[in-house]
Write a protein of this length. Structure first.
Length: 709
């Protein structure tokens, strides 16, 4: 019986590359010395018979280490209509992407019983760069993908759960790695025109440059959206990427630039609409909105031979944000400053520089005639915020500083992982990860300044059985974590009232497990089933008064996911994904044990026509189930069902015309709901507890004419 490792494991290209520092070199050489070396013909071969299903997903038997792990191909990204760039993550089964504010702000994400807020507990990377922002002005783990150009995305590799040694901060619910094209087969020029003065122009191409390939793209977008207050989105994105080498030995340099300005339609109190004070698509503070920018440079390097694989990634990012919000209007809360006339608008602002690198080394060898892979890695990241602040404002003009800090936050992680093929149909993956974080906060309140550090270790274990009858089985377990805002780790006084405050735990542990299977027993159908659970040491709960999230009690989640991708004909594909979850706090409290905002049911169904003569298109419908809005479950949101349609016609080999319809059935629904206290003009000083919602945009059309050259 021949022992075999999966081809996917052998050609993995995920984190980093050769020695960048003497320390890293020493670690790698030490492990290399401790690992037996073998002749070239003794290295494990790519012998697994991978079952190919050429569709929108690459999730066949033999491609992953968990039932909830997979890959989205560019074919799906090209076919399906997306309202905003962040919705590329909605191609991850069970993940919901929505919005509660203007189109320049990071989206709201839901997955596996989480209201992920703007990204906490779902780590996302683009071209190797971490996108989740630590100690962010608006919310921990802030995940803003508005800079992304979907046409340049080649694939999305996603993982759910805490089972992967190379995934660290923010990855408790999962992680997504978005890869960009190295080369476009043909250049792209497109113009999109839609309702509400929506216009989008895109130009992208690639060409030979020296010994490599240079890819370049530019996107310009303007949008007033369908709300009564025009959002006047003005967005510019650019990409420049140089790649040299082949599949196993290559390097790339990627430069990305993004700038955006907008006016926001934030959530509204339900009573204001019920009383006729404002319409569902109105705004209570027309000066809400913001501006943001992001500039990045990243480098990827990869070298592979018969016995080893070395990967290296380094990045530098400079970004800024000025975000103006007014969630409570005229209430008595820390940002009111005793001014019942001007209201409660506040600004969250930051200037950030982020640098880091990932480096990993894998060795392919044998242990007592068993095929094995040993992998180690080191990851570093340093964030400098100069400053990050919270300010009281009136029509975007600062009235007072509530808090302002200079923050230095650094982290270093090391991990080791062993993959061992015990039998032809049984392998294990054992990993261990260690993380250390250092926080240095200099606050405008000296009492809130300080230095803190914290460490955590995260063991991992996966067991994969099969395949039998084109079906394989998975057992996964692991620990993970998310970091908390550095300012919370040193706080001793609340910024406004100067009341005593307890510092938060710097690193919050999570522990998850999963049983799953993946099958292709029916020809053309990729199907997976996962039953999972997750414990989290502390929730992050949205606070309407502060406009961000605050730590809360520990929680427990469990659920089941069923994903199906079926090719009925070469030109016809179906997708069906179902996800159910249950979430509770694990420490009893008289207020109740429900976790506000936790998603319980998600379902999606899609039909794609790829090439039916000159015609192509996609129909997609998503069900976003009701959520509890308060700990005692007495207030709940309504469910939201929304459908989209793309219909296209290829005029000739190079030209095509497509029409996108969003909210196809013109449903009146909400994209997000909260329950908290706010105060409208003329209401009692104590304010009113109420549901606050952001309306789903009514049906809208967009037409795109594109050419390839």
């Amino acid at each position: 019986m021949k022992n075999r490792l999966p081809a996917a494991a052998l050609v993995s290209s995920r984190a980093c590359q050769p020695s960048a520092t003497l320390l890293v070199s020493a670690v790698l050489w030490a492990l290399a010395a401790a690992t037996p070396t073998y002749a070239e013909d003794a290295a494990p071969k790519q012998t697994v018979d991978k079952i190919e299903v050429n569709g929108h997903y690459d999730n066949g038997v033999g491609t992953s280490d968990a039932a909830s792990q997979g890959t989205v191909t560019a074919k799906l990204l090209e076919n399906r209509a997306t309202l905003r760039p962040g919705e590329v993550l909605e191609f991850v089964p069970g993940l919901v992407v929505t919005q509660h504010s203007g189109e320049g702000k990071a989206n709201q994400y839901f997955l596996r019983g989480f209201n992920l807020d703007h990204g906490t507990d779902f780590a996302t990377f683009v071209a190797g760069m971490p996108i989740n922002a630590r100690t962010h002005a608006h919310g921990q783990g802030y995940l803003d993908l508005n800079f992304l150009t979907p046409e340049l995305v080649e694939r999305i590799d996603y993982k759910k759960g805490t089972y992967y040694a190379d995934e660290g901060d923010f990855a408790s619910a999962g992680a997504a790695h978005i890869s960009l094209y190295n080369e476009l087969k043909q250049g792209i020029a497109s113009l999109t025109i839609g309702q509400h003065q929506f216009t989008r122009g895109l130009f992208a191409s690639s060409s030979q440059f020296g010994a490599g390939t240079l890819l370049y793209g530019l996107e310009l977008t303007h949008d007033n959206n369908s709300y009564e207050l025009p959002e006047n989105v003005r967005k510019q994105s650019g990409a420049l990427r140089y790649t040299q080498g082949g599949r196993d030995n290559n390097f790339s340099v990627t430069a990305l630039a993004y700038n955006n300005k907008w006016t926001a339609n934030d959530q509204l109190p339900q009573r204001a609409v019920d009383q006729g004070l404002i319409g569902r698509f109105g705004a209570l503070d027309p000066s809400d909105g913001g501006e943001t920018s992001r500039y990045s440079l990243s480098f990827d390097w990869k070298r592979r031979n018969e016995n080893s694989l070395t990967q290296f990634n380094a990045y530098a990012v400079q970004s800024k944000l000025n975000l103006f919000s007014n969630f409570t209007y005229f209430s008595e809360h820390p940002f009111d400053l005793g001014d019942p006339i001007n209201g409660d608008q506040f600004e969250q602002a930051e200037r950030r520089r982020t640098t880091g690198f990932d480096l990993s080394q894998s060795w392919f060898s044998k242990l007592a005639e068993l095929d094995t892979i040993n992998k180690i890695g080191i990851q570093t990241r340093f964030d400098k915020l100069d400053p990050v602040g919270l300010y009281s404002t009136v029509k975007r003009q600062r009235a007072a500083t509530i808090s302002e800090s200079n923050v230095k936050e650094g982290g270093v992680s090391v991990y080791a992982e062993n993959t061992l093929q015990w039998l032809e149909k049984f392998r294990t993956i054992v990993g261990i990860r260690a993380d250390r974080f250092n926080f240095d906060v200099v606050s405008n309140l000296p009492e809130n300044s300080g230095k803190v550090h914290d460490t955590t270790t995260s063991p991992k274990l996966s067991m994969i059985f099969g395949p039998w009858a084109n079906t394989e089985f998975f057992v996964n377990w692991g620990e993970g974590f998310h970091s908390n805002d550095a300012r919370g780790t040193t706080v001793t006084l609340t910024p406004k009232e100067r009341l005593p405050a307890e510092p938060v735990t710097p690193l919050v542990k999570s522990r998850g497990s999963e049983l799953g299977l993946r099958t292709q027993v029916i020809p053309g159908l990729e199907s997976s089933l996962a039953v999972w659970r997750l414990r989290l040491g502390s929730e992050l709960v949205f606070s309407g008064d502060a406009g961000d999230t605050a730590p809360s009690r520990p929680s427990y989640r469990r659920g089941v996911e069923w994903n199906n991708h079926y090719i009925a004909a070469p030109w016809l594909l179906f997708d069906l994904d179902l996800a159910l979850s249950r979430t509770r706090f694990t420490q009893d409290d008289p207020a109740g044990n429900y976790v506000p905002g936790s998603v319980e049911k998600v379902a999606s169904f899609g039909v794609a026509v790829t090439e039916l003569g000159p015609w192509f298109g996609d129909f997609h419908i998503r069900y976003f189930g009701p959520r509890t809005l308060i700990e005692d479950n007495s207030q709940r949101s309504r469910a939201t069902t929304v459908a989209s349609l793309r219909a296209g016609y290829k005029i000739d080999r190079d030209w095509k015309l497509s029409v996108d319809v969003f909210n196809l059935f013109n449903r009146e629904a909400n994209t997000i709901d909260y329950f908290y206290n706010s105060r409208l003009r003329g209401e009692p000083q104590a304010g009113v507890d109420d549901i606050h919602f952001h309306a789903l945009e009514p049906r809208q059309f967009r037409v795109t004419l594109s050419a390839k050259f």
